[in-house]
Structures are given as structure tokens and as C-alpha cells.
Design a protein around this ligand. Structure first.
Ligand code: MG
Length: 260
């Protein structure tokens, strides 16, 4: 099932996409408590897709792919390395990524995003699937110069528009071997696979939930494969995860107000 969040006639709704006929079947409230259709059916082309979730928090994982750790001269840590991305940084498919005036080096990071479906505290990896609502794509946009300068990641990973998520949430898929790609201006820059994660999705749910409670709608950004590189104003960047879809955003110049 594909679940989208969208704006239509000024209201924000969730709906289930029927790819076969290009429609969205509106549901009541949020999808985490169960899917109840309202009976309203819209054409996909008539709705404005938003980020498919409005997370209370984004827990991100650093250095979770060996080849990426190697390219930045690090090793995969013994335990997952966690940081938080600001929920105010979230934008949806098609939204602009604003290059901040404070940075001279902004990178893309294509990642699989896990969307939590149930309150999760001290969940064992073997039970983690029951707490996951579904999966989507995230671009963990990073001001690399500020990440190094600040040591802490709050600013470098937290600028407005630095967390594009989408295009929709896919439920019921196996996350263990999904291709993860990044394209810039149509050229492939990253081509990894979730099978190469240091800690897999279920282990990450176990680890994160042992440290902090996860709530419905929270997102885990599972780390990026190798091939990380720079973005420049004018670039069009696409994060693509096999079985999910692609998330495309344009980078715009500094000091410009973003278009959603
Ligand atoms: Mg990352």
C-alpha cells in the first residue's frame, strides 16, 4: 500500500494511492491508527503532495554503511551513532532545498527512511516490524563545513528544507535489500543497497527505542551509502529507493524564500 499526505483545497489529508488508476482514496485522520476511507476519491494529479509524514522527531544514523564510513576516513561505530534532525527541516517532494548563506559546502545523502507506526519503547529487533508503519525516502541534506566546524550536528543537519521526505510511504515491504540511489541533474552519484547497512532496520528500531521512545510518525533516517557529494544552487537532486519511488528537489540560491 502507498500512503500519501497531501493538500487539497486548503486541507491537509492522508490518502491511499491507487497507482493503477492514478487516484488517491482519502482516509480519516492519520494512517497510524488504521486506514478508514472517507469515500472521497481524488485524481493524484489534482493533489499537492506533501512530505508523507509530519514527524515529531527524525532520528538519524551516522556511518551505517561501511563504504561510506571508509570514504570519510572512519569506521562503522560499535553501536549506531545517533543524531536528531529538526522536524522544522522537513519538506516534501518537489519542494526547494535552500542553500544557506552560512555554508559553502552542502552535501546530499540518499537514505531509506523508516516511519514508525506504534509507540515503541525497548522493542526487540525480532518484534520491530510490528512497530514500523512503512518506508519512504529521505535526503539527509548536510552543510558539511558546519558539521565539521560545530562538531554537534544540530545546525549542519537542521537548516530549513534540509530534510526532504517522500514521495509517499510504502507499507508491507521487506527493507533488507533495497537499492538506494542518488542522482544529481540526472547523473547517478550514489548506488548502494540496504543489505550493506552496519545495523539493519530492525536492529536500529531496537537500538533507538532502547534509548528514547518512538511515537507514531517518527522517522528513522538509516544512513547513507558511499558516493556522498556536493550540491550547488540550480541542481536537481533525486533520492530513489527501490520498491518505494523517487524524491526530487531543486536546490535554490541563498536568501531566497523557499517554495514548498
Ligand atoms: Mg545521513
Amino acid at each position: 500500500m502507498r500512503v500519501a499526505r497531501y493538500e487539497c483545497e486548503g486541507a491537509v489529508r492522508y490518502g491511499v494511492i491507487d497507482a493503477a488508476d492514478g487516484t488517491v482514496r482519502e482516509i480519516t485522520g492519520e494512517p497510524f491508527d488504521g486506514i478508514r476511507e472517507t469515500g472521497i476519491v481524488l485524481r493524484l494529479e489534482d493533489v499537492f503532495l506533501l512530505a508523507p509524514v509530519s514527524p515529531g522527531k527524525i532520528v538519524a544514523v551516522g556511518l551505517n554503511y561501511k563504504d561510506h564510513a571508509k570514504e570519510v576516513g572512519m569506521l562503522i561505530p560499535e553501536e549506531p551513532l545517533l543524531f536528531l534532525k529538526a522536524s522544522s527541516a522537513v519538506v516534501g517532494p518537489g519542494a526547494e532545498i535552500v542553500y544557506p548563506r552560512q555554508s559553502k559546502h552542502v552535501d546530499y545523502e540518499a537514505e531509506l527512511a523508516v516511519v514508525i507506526g506504534r509507540r515503541a519503547k525497548d522493542v526487540a529487533a525480532a518484534d520491530a516490524a510490528d512497530y514500523i508503519f512503512g518506508y519512504t525516502c529521505i535526503n539527509d541534506v548536510t552543510a558539511r563545513d558546519l558539521q565539521i566546524k560545530d562538531v554537534q550536528f544540530a545546525r549542519s543537519k537542521g537548516f530549513d528544507t534540509f530534510a526532504p521526505i517522500g514521495p509517499w510511504i510504502v507499507t508491507g515491504i521487506d527493507p533488507s535489500a533495497l537499492p538506494v540511489r542518488c542522482l544529481v541533474n540526472g547523473e547517478q552519484r550514489q548506488a548502494g543497497n540496504t543489505r550493506d547497512m552496519g545495523s539493519d532496520v530492525f536492529r536500529l528500531v531496537e537500538y533507538v527505542s532502547s534509548n528514547m521512545t518512538l511515537y507514531p510518525g517518527d522517522v528513522i533516517a538509516t544512513g547513507t551509502p558511499s558516493g556522498v557529494g556536493r550540491l550547488h544552487p540550480g541542481d536537481v537532486v533525486t533520492v530513489e529507493v527501490g520498491g518505494i519511488g523517487s524524491l526530487t528537489n531543486r536546490v535554490v540560491e541563498r536568501d531566497r524564500e523557499p517554495v514548498r
